[in-house]
Design a protein around this ligand. Sequence first.
Ligand SMILES: Nc1nc2c(ncn2[C@@H]2O[C@H](COP(=O)(O)OP(=O)(O)OP(=O)(O)O)[C@@H](O)[C@H]2O)c(=O)[nH]1
Ligand SMILES: [Mg+2]
Length: 381
Amino acid sequence: MKYVTIVGKDFEEAVHKARENYGPALRIHSRRDVMVRGGFLWMSKRPRVEITCYLVDPTTLETKEKLPLVEAESPKVEAVVEATPVENDVAPSKQESLLAHARMLLELNDFSSDFLQKTLDLLQDSLEGTDSNELSVLEFELIVVDKIVSLIRIDHETQLHPPHIFVVLGPTGVGKTTTLAKIAALYGLQNAPKYKRSVSMITIDSFRAGAFEQLKAFGTSLGIEVAPVANEEEFYRALTQAEDSDLVLVDTIGKSPRDKDLAVKMKTLLSVPNSEKTRFYLVISSVMKAQDILKAIDQYSSFGISSIIITKLDESETIGNVLSVCHQRELPILFFTDGQRVPKDIHKASASTMLGQLKGFSLDFETLWTNQIGTTLVDPE
Ligand SMILES: Nc1nc2c(ncn2[C@@H]2O[C@H](COP(=O)(O)OP(=O)(O)OP(=O)(O)O)[C@@H](O)[C@H]2O)c(=O)[nH]1
Ligand SMILES: [Mg+2]
């Protein structure tokens, strides 16, 4: 078996270089952090990631994966210092190489180390019961995908039966107001009578300059009433007026709840709606760091968060960070949004929307899911 070592600025770059040079015949065996010489007169040392890969026989690849395995020129490997030599003479077992492949995919997608370990444990259990040598890479990737999906919960209940009063919460600028308008359209402009709802919108973000106007503009374009409320009395009144609506969407104040006064005001206002009929949804952006998402969940946890809406997928390279946090906090996912267009850029969370965001897999997710999506809500055009 042919082995190669490739060095990159980081793991992702090394994998990219490797894939470019060797295509699908390449399997990653291991990675390690090394220091390489560079700079003026090679005086400085820089941290790099080195991956060791082996090349499988292209005749054993499935037709879909088959690419001519050219004897590519050896990729440029910078001088490695302070690193032990790679043991190239011991071939990894098929099971080891499959698990290394899964690790590479999970790291590439920025899953947390906890999520990664759980997935690898599940994979190892699955592989114990099967003959790894019989598995193609595509078949194995299907198992990886199955394990990822098994660790993430989707809020199908709300998708199909939204509560009477639907409140969005979340840090400033994550896309609460835009998402609320998209949800209004998703249910309000629905063609299928089974899912169509009469919709009203209320904003308690009424004192900030421009906040009401922003939602009102969305409301006008969708033909939906928007009521601004500034205190408990106005909120009672707006809720009474919206009583006949199936779905009352409530937009909240886009300021950090670390602002104590605002947090108290919001808490008081949001205790007005009937708690039996009200559910709270946390909006987070996929560009947020895992630590910040965890902080936001903690800050809003006293409201009792039903599930998570993840925005700005179009601005994020990876979603492993958000999925890992949702798993860690046992929070289901309700919607994904991937753009500024109202109402187009919203999608109900599902295994297919989630997996469509994963990168590095040889699997063609679109083909995989085409016949399996039981579309229950029709996205408005
Ligand atoms: N790229 C992208 N931009 C989005 C998405 N959702 C919202 N935005 C944009 O993000 C910006 C902030 O959106 P808002 O809906 O005002 O966010 P917010 O959470 O209500 O903000 P505050 O009320 O100020 O806290 C706007 O420019 C939106 O167009 C998305 O899915 N993708
Ligand atoms: Mg807003």
